[in-house]
Ligand binder design. Structure first.
Ligand code: ADP
Length: 234
């Protein structure tokens, strides 16, 4: 077997996913082999039904493949059970979703603290780190606001702060600008540019061409397979 470079954040080998619904099997991923290295900024694009969400769920350890292997930051997660997957998600991945997924009754700071609560971090350290993450996304003056008191763009900044606060190996963003107007979209993409420049690894799923263009590499999913193409490669 050929060895993957040890430093690959994401190493998928011949990953397959079959959904069994009654008598019909749907082969959503048909053998995906893919490497993403530390510090890359990658956009995953493809038409509806091509397998993007399925790939995102597997990359995010929200679901496991039917076949093949997935190593995340050197750890084989292919056959993990739900408890171990939840642990890997908390340690290795920061999620940003289209719908923000903030808890409406909690302040921005408390929302950002949540992944640290699950990780068992002490209250003082949680507060300090959440405030630092909110400063990082330009919301130092909104720490006590609840989501309902913030604009859509600001809510997504809170979600980015929450994704960053655990210092994850990977930031996984699923249509992060899908609910934002053009000025908030520019804000969030600017933030991703900064995070990329600071060495973060970002994988962003999008169907919007102008969003995908901001990434350094585009991965196209078609009929359950990936076609990788470097953008701007020398
Ligand atoms: P995309 O995100 O690119 O629109 P998906 O990954 O959602 O694509 O879907 C890929 C294929 O798998 C489609 O044919 C879809 O109908 C099928 N599929 C997705 N999720 C399920 C599921 N939970 N059960 C059965 N089929 C599914």
């Amino acid at each position: 077997m050929s060895a993957a470079p040890a430093e690959s954040i994401i190493a998928l080998d011949d990953v397959r996913k079959v959904y069994r619904t009654g008598a019909v099997d749907v082969e959503a991923l048909r053998g995906v082999t893919l490497r993403i290295e530390r510090g890359e900024y990658v956009a995953v694009v493809g038409p509806s039904g091509s397998g993007k969400s399925t790939l995102m769920h597997i990359l995010g350890c929200l679901d496991v493949a039917t076949g093949g292997t997935y190593r995340l930051a050197g750890e084989d997660v292919s056959d993990m059970d739900e408890v171990d997957l939840a642990d890997v998600r908390n340690r290795q991945i920061g999620f940003v979703f289209q719908q923000f997924h903030l808890l409406p009754s909690l302040s921005a700071q408390r929302n950002v603290e949540l992944p640290l609560v699950y990780a068992g971090v002490s209250r003082d350290e949680r507060r300090e780190r959440a405030r630092a993450a909110l400063r990082r996304v330009g919301l130092a003056d909104r720490v006590d606001h609840r989501p309902g008191e913030l604009s859509g763009g600001q809510q997504q900044r809170v979600a980015v702060a929450r994704a960053l606060v655990t210092e994850p190996a990977l930031i996984l963003a699923d249509e992060p600008t899908g609910n934002l107007d053009s000025s908030s979209t520019a804000d969030i993409l600017g933030l991703f540019d900064e995070l990329c420049a600071a060495g973060r690894t970002i994988v962003l799923i999008t169907h919007e061409h102008e969003v995908a263009e901001r990434a350094r590499r585009t991965i196209r999913v078609l009929d359950g397979l990936v076609q990788t193409a470097s953008v701007g490669a020398a």
